[in-house]
Write a protein that binds this ligand. Structure first.
Ligand code: GDP
Ligand code: MG
Length: 452
């Protein structure tokens, strides 16, 4: 995976000043491969990597992150930005009904999506009406009716007589524009506050179908036209999106079939090329397999390194550069000034990031010590915290003064045995020895909360 490749590229780099040109080139090469493997359009990849390089060159080296992590963070930020930043939610009309029109190729998942969207709207307190404006395929209306039933939502369809006539003829002779228009009147009359219009698509880009979609659009003035696209189509996504942007125009994108093994490159290509936000994600055939689109989740899917991104986020959130610099300075002075208060603070900083075993598991290159770490008992850490908190400031600064009577007092305050206090004090002196040795030596690359 990209994660493995990157951590191999940067085993122990954690320097000062700027990222080196060689670091940037090496990381960008790996990222380029990751994007291409995710099926991102080549032109988009090129432009993207160039932007990242530019930004990485100007970036100060972060104290919280190693160079690989830092570039990954830049890449991630850029991906999230292109994918729309914040999740864009539906805009509802000031005067109901809000009209949502779905457009996209045949098989993209429009009809399935219509049901999911309607159900989601219903669950969030709306009263949606599904509209069968796909009269192209004989079974399309029936399919929407089944979908509507599963979603527990009303379906507006052409008169049965007309439908069977066109079905008998074997061609789509109905009047989808008329159906769409009448559905709005119906919604007003029966007080549905959202109308979701399902439309026809063909297997390829088709001028006639595009015109039909444009006609429906002009008849109902949708508040949102959503372009529904199969995430598995990869490189073709750009052409299809462009054709629909030109032929019908759309306000947002829905990605379907994300339950498949697509790495999501289509998302990035479409978002970059059309500049439209991806609003929903469809990930299965059931009516509940649906969610609003989260740019950050898609970014980590594209990069294939969700774990590292989680770690980067957590490291940044909890890393207090100033505090750590102070602690590092104390250690550099031989460790004698590094007291229990610093110890506690470092431990709390690391703890804020989550269970210790998980944190270490996510650190690249930490595989070897993972097993040892897995043995750390979180309750033990709680106990250590309680003990340190029962000490006076003077005791924390200089644990050497903690004699027998102080130990007994601390143990009572923390609700532990005296032996636990003894253990901690001994362990602290060991840790201080070890940490001052590390401060003089290589240190641990990019380990947040511990001075390296
Ligand atoms: P439409 O032609 O755009 O209306 O597409 P449909 O809604 O009829 O979907 C085409 C096929 O894709 C159907 O077999 C659906 O069950 C399937 N499908 C739709 N959305 C998803 C999805 O998110 N995941 C999976 N696995 N299949 C989907
Ligand atoms: Mg359909």
């Amino acid at each position: 995976t990209l994660q493995d490749r990157l951590s191999a590229t940067f085993k122990s780099l954690r320097g000062k000043g700027r990222l080196s040109e060689a670091d940037i080139d090496a990381t960008c090469r790996e990222i380029r491969i990751a994007l291409l493997e995710a099926d991102v359009n080549l032109a988009v990849v090129k432009e993207f990597v160039a932007n990242v390089k530019e930004r990485a060159r100007g970036a100060e080296l972060s104290q919280a992150l190693n160079p690989a992590q830092q570039i990954v963070k830049i890449v991630n930020d850029e991906l999230v930005a292109i994918l729309g930043g914040e999740t864009r939610l539906l805009r509802f009309a000031k005067r109901p009904p809000t009209v949502i029109m779905l457009a996209g190729l045949q098989g993209a998942g429009k009809t399935t999506l219509a049901g999911k969207l309607a159900r989601w709207l219903k669950d969030s307190g709306h009263s949606p009406l599904l509209v069968a404006a796909d009269l192209q395929r004989p079974n399309a209306v029936t399919q929407l009716q089944v979908v509507g039933q599963r979603a527990g939502v009303q379906v507006f369809a052409p008169e049965p007589g007309n439908t069977s006539a066109s079905e008998a003829a074997g061609v789509g002779v109905g009047d989808p524009v008329g159906v769409a228009r009448r559905s709005i009147e119906e919604a007003e009359r029966r007080l549905f506050d959202v109308v979701v219009i399902d439309t026809a698509g063909r297997l390829g880009i088709d001028a006639e179908l595009m015109q039909q979609a444009a006609d429906i659009r002009d008849a109902v003035h949708p508040d949102e036209v959503l372009f529904v696209v199969d995430a598995m189509i990869g490189q073709d996504a750009v052409n299809t999106a462009n054709a629909f942007a030109e032929g019908v125009g759309f306000d947002g994108v829905v990605l379907t079939k994300l339950d498949g093994d697509a790495r999501g490159g289509a998302a990035l290509s479409i978002a970059r090329v059309t500049g439209k936000p991806i609003m929903f994600a469809s990930n299965g055939e059931q009516v509940g397999d649906f969610d609003v689109f989260h740019p950050d989740r898609m970014a980590s899917r594209i990069l294939g390194m969700g774990d590292m991104l989680t770690l980067i986020e957590q490291a940044e959130r909890t890393f207090d550069a100033e505090q750590s610099a102070k602690a590092a300075a104390k250690l550099a002075s031989g460790g004698k000034e590094f007291g229990l208060a610093d110890f506690l603070q470092q431990m709390q900083m690391v703890r804020k990031m989550g269970p210790l075993s998980k944190i270490f598991g996510m650190l690249p290159g930490m595989g070897e010590i993972k097993d040892q770490i897995a043995g750390i008992d979180e309750r033990e850490v709680d106990r250590i915290e309680a003990i340190i908190q029962s000490m006076t400031p003077a005791e924390r600064d200089d644990p050497k003064i903690i004699d027998g009577s102080r130990r007994a007092r601390i143990a009572r305050g923390a609700g532990v045995e005296v032996s636990a206090v003894n253990n901690l004090v001994n362990r602290f002196f060991d840790a201080r020895k070890m940490m001052s040795a590390m401060a003089g030596g290589k240190g641990m690359p990019g380990m947040p909360g511990l001075p390296g």
